[in-house]
Design a protein around this ligand. Structure first.
Ligand code: GMT
Length: 376
């Protein structure tokens, strides 16, 4: 019998949307019927799949509403789709608002749909700190039929922050080696005006404060003194202007290339020699896997789930938060030593192959779906 799964996620660029979409695509390839419920088509859903459906949430916005009621429109849509399409499971990515909306929708449905919630981080590490949302997040976690977290660190933080005894299963994020979205461009380095002999360092994020992009600039300033290189900055967000100013202040305008938001980052990663992520909070760091799958070693802060991906000295380096000397020293050592770089590049690909491959990880979600549908 065909299983029908509804996936509720943010469709925009960002790790949780990527994970939710890739999960849906892989499940569809395994024969599931997959229904995405979101405000716009998830950006990774590039082509037509016969058993993937998209249901758009239209948010009502009448003058009487001070804020458009996204959550209510979403809950209404989930209930409507679940009943009509006879869904077995709603998989909500994020406790707030998506799991809450799914739980609300369940009250309106005529079917007994199971709710699986995946915690991605911001709901716990940022919203969880806000007292006004604590009870609601705990409710979402405890009322879901199953809850997963994308790292051991996030599971632990959730248990501590919410004092919950809910059974949270860790299912790490995943990626395919040699991502199928990759569009090979042979001369991208040249197109970006980067001389062949120069190294390329890349940072990809949504430029929120927690990503500490300014520190990436500071670390690069030291790296650049020793290693002819360029820094690619991919993404956009609240800190963007501040980062641009920092680049000017450090006199690095000729060396830092701002690329803004990009859908297909694989080509940019392919021309890169090193990926840097210096966040103060990071439940997993999907961009690290995206780099490692292309054999690019990573330097990251020793926080959250990052140490579950980077093995210090093997596929990159871990540095304490704010320790830019550690970042610069290790980056220089890596970029100046071809043998070390080759060894780490190989290990990075092996990390993905051995621990984070789509087919191995999605199996864990499938087993969880079986479990919730068969329990009672
Ligand atoms: O990092 C962000 O701000 C975006 C956010 C998202 O919704 O995509 O990322 C979170 O989920 C990703 C996918 O599970 C994780 O790889 C990121 O580490 C996590 N971000 C944070 O914990 C800050």
């Amino acid at each position: 019998m065909t299983r029908r799964i509804g996936i509720v996620c943010y469709p925009t660029i960002g790790g949780s949307g990527v994970v939710a979409t890739e999960l849906g695509i892989y499940l569809a390839e395994q024969g599931y019927e997959v229904h995405f419920i979101s405000t716009t088509m998830p950006f990774r859903l590039k082509r037509l799949y016969p058993n993937i459906y998209f249901h758009e949430v239209e948010v009502a916005n009448y003058p009487v509403f001070k804020h458009p009621p996204y959550d209510l429109s979403l809950a209404n849509k989930i209930a409507e789709v679940a009943d009509r399409e006879e869904l077995d499971i709603i998989h909500a990515h994020y406790a707030v608002p998506h799991a809450i909306c799914a739980l609300f929708a369940k009250q309106m449905m005529s079917r007994d749909v199971k709710i699986v919630t995946t915690l991605h981080g911001t709901d716990i590490t940022v919203l969880g700190i806000d007292d006004s949302l604590q009870n609601m997040i705990r409710f979402a976690i405890e009322q879901s039929d199953a809850v997963t977290a994308v790292s051991n660190s996030l599971k632990q933080q959730t248990e501590e922050a919410f004092q919950t005894k809910a059974n949270i299963q860790v299912i790490h994020n995943f990626i395919d080696l040699g991502d199928r979205l990759s569009q090979t461009s042979d001369n991208l380095k040249e197109e970006l005006n980067i001389p062949e002999h120069e190294k390329v360092i890349i940072h990809i994020s949504n430029f929120r404060k927690v990503k500490r992009v300014e520190q990436v600039i500071e670390a690069y300033y030291y790296i650049k003194e020793q290693v002819p290189s360029k820094l690619l900055l991919v993404g956009d967000g609240p800190e963007y202007s501040r980062v641009r100013q920092k680049v000017v202040d450090y006199n690095l305008d000729q060396d830092v290339i701002f690329l803004g938001r990009q859908d297909n980052i694989q080509d940019l990663i392919k021309v890169s020699d090193l990926k840097i992520l210096l966040s103060e909070k990071e439940s997993f760091g999907l961009v690290l896997l995206e780099a490692m799958s292309q054999g690019v070693p990573c330097i990251g802060t020793n926080v959250g789930g990052i140490p579950e991906v980077i093995e210090d000295g093997k596929n990159g380096f871990l540095c304490p938060l704010g320790d830019l000397e550690c970042v610069a020293t290790n980056a220089i050592a890596l970029l100046q030593n071809d043998a070390l770089w080759e060894a780490q590049s190989l290990h990075a690909q092996q990390t993905v192959e051995n621990h984070f491959q789509t087919k191995h990880i999605v199996k864990q979600y499938e087993e969880l779906y079986d479990h919730v549908l068969n329990k009672e």
